[in-house]
Design a protein around this ligand. Structure first.
Ligand SMILES: Nc1nc2c(ncn2[C@@H]2O[C@H](COP(=O)(O)O[C@H]3[C@@H](O)[C@H](n4cnc5c(=O)[nH]c(N)nc54)O[C@@H]3COP(=O)(O)O)[C@@H](O)[C@H]2O)c(=O)[nH]1
Length: 596
């Protein structure tokens, strides 16, 4: 029987095709297709990057191996040359005392040095800076500076020269030991280490695979091709710690190629295996998400998603002033699935747009069918991703404009991801505000960056998260007090969520919170049950026909009365009767009501 209070004036207009198309598989699968493509590309990119890392590791390993080979060879060369010079050094003391003696007196002993000191071609005595007596040629007159240039008087000097007066064109390492007798122009013994020995060291069999081995002393450099000038400042592969010589060793291209090839043969397959493993792991770790999204898509197409409605109460008088629509999934195999199990994943997928659209469509339809008075606002959860979807917001605007039928709508938005595309979200706020939608910042205080959305976006309500409300049970009121003060300061109305006990209710009232919802007042329920609840629950009314949130179409009939009980279908209708009883259900009464 129709009630006087709520005229069933216009029949509920059929949903337009364009609106229906919003939830079409096509849109969902297009969005899904592009998300899947990006995921596949991401997986391929990660696998490729892994492979490249392994190839780089192989190249690095090859470089290490080549460097090790080069420094082995350099070490070999340096230690061979060092031991030659060592041998000469160990013998110089015996000959240096001859410096200054006449050549014919010293020559015999000098000549024997050629025999017992290995590697030397000859030895010569120096006096007054002049080489005056040689083991090979006897008396001589060559200025020491011809070979050594500047040389030390207080210690040995070493010089690699391309040749000597006696042996031009024959590389020689000269080692000069000054005598202990002071001689300002220089006296001592000069040894000529034969370049043939030096070349033999460079030519050693163990140095196979090396392209170039250069023995350097000052600006002189000896290679297997002869002496060159050490002009470029190529860093040495190894320097002697005892003598002024160093070595540069380069690997031959053939050796380089073979070492690189060998490392790639090792690291390439390992890299491939790891890349494949990573791709497999990624594909499989994403699989549950993908499977869930596919199931949600199927569920949407089959109409498995339902809406439950939780009353929002004026805490001062218990009057219901609105309802929040909450999704539930009636899965044929998994049973009733709460949103916590899927909404987080869906909210991160374009699928949230058609899903929300179909839920809002369903909610408007339900409320109309069950004649839930239009002054009760409808709160919907709108994900930031939806707000950032131009087409989705246009479709939602059209839906609300044509089907809200004067019912106030509050979009509850969480701050998570709201800033991902701030411009788009701001434009959507504006567009929806233009048709009367108002905004609540949901779960306030649960994220890190809580004040920024309040600054950047135009909100009307602030929903205190149930975590803070629960704390009131234990007398911890400071946070709620602070949130209320903040909300007042910036002109927002506070709605508390998750009120479960009369104590919390009373504390909220004391703290100045006007509105709230929670199991104390009403569990999320079907539209039919909501209609019965609106009729049966003892509650105060809005009194003046306003609901405090001012979200409704103007109506002066607020108190809902039972519809025909015989029909079994409850409808909530308004009458002109107004009750003034403010009634907060006791916790026990609430539980009884819910059990019923
Ligand atoms: N994008 C969308 N998000 C949605 C939608 N429907 C719900 N949600 C979000 O999912 C989260 C979990 O929701 P739900 O399991 O429905 O939980 C809500 C209430 O049932 C619950 N509640 C209400 N009163 C009490 C209470 O007294 N105690 C208690 N422990 N829980 C209570 O709290 C949730 C209220 O959610 P909200 O007011 O939105 O913060 C949740 O984040 C929903 O927002 C949807 O269609 N789209």
């Amino acid at each position: 029987m129709p009630h006087a209070g709520v005229p069933r004036a216009a029949p509920y207009p059929p949903l337009t095709d364009s609106v229906k198309s919003q939830t079409s598989d096509l849109a969902a699968s297009a969005a899904h297709g592009s998300a899947r493509r990006s995921r596949t590309l991401f997986t391929i990119a990660c696998a490729l990057a892994t492979f490249v890392v392994f190839i780089a590791l192989g190249a690095w390993q090859a470089r290490l191996e080549l460097n090790a080979r080069r420094s082995d060879v350099a070490h070999d060369v340096i230690s061979s040359i060092e031991s030659m010079v060592d041998r000469v050094s160990s013998e110089h003391g015996r000959l240096v005392r001859l410096a200054g003696m006449p050549c014919d007196v010293a020559r015999i002993e000098l000549e024997t040095s050629e025999t017992f000191i290995p590697y030397i071609r000859s030895a010569a005595l120096v006096k007054d800076g002049v080489i005056y007596c040689s083991s090979s040629f006897g008396p001589n007159t060559v200025h020491l500076s011809t070979y050594l240039g500047e040389f030390r008087r207080d210690g040995p000097s070493y010089r690699l020269v391309p040749g000597t007066v006696a042996h031009p064109g024959r590389a020689t390492l000269l080692v000069f030991f000054p005598s202990t007798t002071p001689d300002p122009l220089g006296a001592g013994v000069l040894f000529y280490i034969d370049g043939v020995y030096l070349s033999d060291v460079l030519r050693d069999d163990s140095h196979l695979g090396m392209d170039r081995i250069v023995l350097r002393n000052g600006r002189a450099a000896l290679t297997l091709d002869g002496m060159t000038s050490n002009v470029d400042a190529e860093p040495p592969t190894l320097s002697s710690s005892r003598y002024p010589i160093d070595v540069v060793v380069d690997a031959a291209p053939s050796l380089t190629r073979s070492v690189y090839r060998r490392q790639l043969v090792i690291f390439g397959p390992i890299g491939l295996a790891f890349a494949a493993l990573l791709a497999w792991l990624m594909a499989n770790s994403l699989a549950p998400r993908r499977l869930l999204l596919r199931a949600v898509r199927t569920g949407l197409a089959r109409g498995e998603f339902e809406v439950r409605y939780q009353p929002v109460i004026d805490l001062a008088n218990g009057a219901c002033i609105g309802i929040e629509a909450l999704v539930r999934w009636a899965h044929p195999r998994w049973g009733d699935v709460g949103p916590a199990a899927f909404i987080g994943i869906v909210e991160n997928d374009p699928l949230i747009v058609p899903m929300t659209h179909s839920l809002v469509e369903r909610a408007l339809d339900d409320l109309h069918t069950h004649r839930v008075p239009p002054h009760l606002h409808l709160a919907i959860n709108l994900s930031p991703r939806h707000l950032q979807n131009r087409q989705g917001v246009n479709e939602l605007t059209r839906l609300l404009r044509t089907h809200a039928r004067g019912r106030g709508v509050i979009a509850e938005v969480t701050e998570r991801q709201l800033f991902d595309d701030r411009r788009a979200a701001l434009a959507s706020f504006e567009q929806l505000r233009a048709i009367g939608v108002r905004f609540a910042l949901d779960d306030f205080g649960t994220d890190r960056n809580t004040l920024s959305p309040l600054q950047a976006f135009h909100f009307d309500f602030l929903k205190i998260d149930q975590g803070f409300v629960a704390e009131l049970e234990y007398g911890r009121t400071d946070l709620v007090r602070g949130i209320v003060a903040l909300a007042r300061q910036i002109g927002l109305t506070v709605i508390a969520e998750g009120i479960e006990s009369t104590r919390q209710h009373e504390r909220l009232l004391e703290l100045g919170v006007e509105f709230g919802q929670g199991y104390l007042h009403g569990y999320p329920m079907t539209a039919a049950r909501l209609a019965r609840w609106l009729v049966a629950e003892p509650r105060g009314d809005g009194g003046d026909g306003g609901d405090g949130l001012d979200t409704s179409s103007p109506t002066d009939e607020r108190t809902v009365q039972p519809d025909s009980a015989a029909s079994g279908e409850a409808s909530a209708t308004s009458t002109s009767t107004s009750t003034s009883t403010t009634s907060i259900p006791s916790d026990a009464a609430r539980r009884r009501a819910h059990d019923a």
